[in-house]
Design a protein. Structure first.
Length: 299
């Protein structure tokens, strides 16, 4: 069974590099920068070598190199130039491309090497916000366009998850400094997007608060139990696929009426399934945020 994707269409190259297929064809015809293979029906396809070369050329081009100049370089000089010009301006694109190559090849070593190189210059917080979030957004689009398979997405997401768990544990070793409130993080039944909630758990702990991470598929009754144990709770949740849009409002009102009631506790929410009621629900203790950064700023 072949586990590594080794053949790419020109549309795959467009999705992975951000360079339009039409432009890639012009670069090929005019400058011979890639060496496509062809099917019996004359359809272009590309190997890993060509993908890697295009990603490197894209970085050089974005950095100001002309394609006409790049095309005159020996093939072995291009990755050397990429390494030489990596700076604050280009490190983001270079790292994202490296992580994409790690994902395509299921290459854990490349992921770890790229991550450790970033860590020598940036904090984990900067890496997550500047690199991992844009990467995950790109991966979502790549999956939707069938450039990658779900296995690729699971592979890279779980490697990011490992780093998130390690860094969260480091900050949670310290005794919380701010004890006036407790953050309880949970996902409703059937909600699957846990990575964002886990990052919020890291940020909350980093900011000196006590957090209780319940995780995914939390029944409503469990939230009631927590409310009996602690006072002044901030419940935090994502609603991306569950509850469904038509059920979100009822779910929120149920938390308000049966759990928060007239206490000083609050409910903080993110996720696309809250967007359509962002202006509709205006109740004390209910707060909806449009982004991770907007919520983090509130801490």
């Amino acid at each position: 069974m072949q586990s590594v994707k080794s053949v790419f269409s020109i549309k795959d190259l467009e999705n992975l590099s951000g360079i339009k297929a039409h432009t890639i064809r012009i670069w090929e015809k005019r400058y011979n920068i890639l060496e496509p293979m062809r099917t019996e029906t004359n359809i272009r396809f590309y190997d890993i070598y060509n993908l890697q070369k295009l990603l490197n050329i894209t970085l050089l081009h974005n950095y100001g190199y002309k394609i006409s100049t790049i095309s005159k370089y020996p093939a072995e000089k291009i990755p050397v130039l990429v390494r030489e010009i990596i700076s604050e301006k280009s490190v983001k694109n270079h790292a994202i491309n490296a992580f994409k190559m790690a994902m395509i090849n299921f290459d854990q070593s490349l992921f770890i090497t790229t991550y450790n190189n970033l860590l020598s210059e940036k904090s984990f917080r900067e890496i997550f916000n500047e690199i991992f979030i844009p990467l995950l957004n790109e991966i979502g689009l790549l999956w939707q366009t069938d450039t990658i398979k779900p296995a690729h997405e699971h592979f890279i997401s779980n490697l990011i998850l490992q780093k998130l768990i390690i860094n969260t544990e480091k900050v949670q070793i310290l005794e919380p400094e701010k004890k006036e409130k407790v953050f309880v993080l949970f996902l409703p039944i059937n909600e699957v997007h846990e990575l964002g909630l886990m990052y919020l758990n890291y940020e909350i702990s980093l900011n000196g608060y006590r957090s209780i991470y319940l995780g995914a598929n939390i029944p409503f009754e469990d939230l009631k139990d927590i409310a009996q144990i602690f006072n002044d709770i901030v419940f935090v949740s994502y609603m991306t696929v569950s509850p469904e849009k038509e059920a979100v409002e009822d779910y929120i009102l149920r938390i308000k009426n049966e759990i928060i009631k007239e206490t000083s506790s609050e409910l903080w929410l993110l996720g696309k399934n809250t967007e359509h009621i962002y202006q509709k629900i205006n109740l004390p203790g209910i707060n909806m945020f449009r982004s991770l950064n907007e919520l983090i700023t509130r801490l």
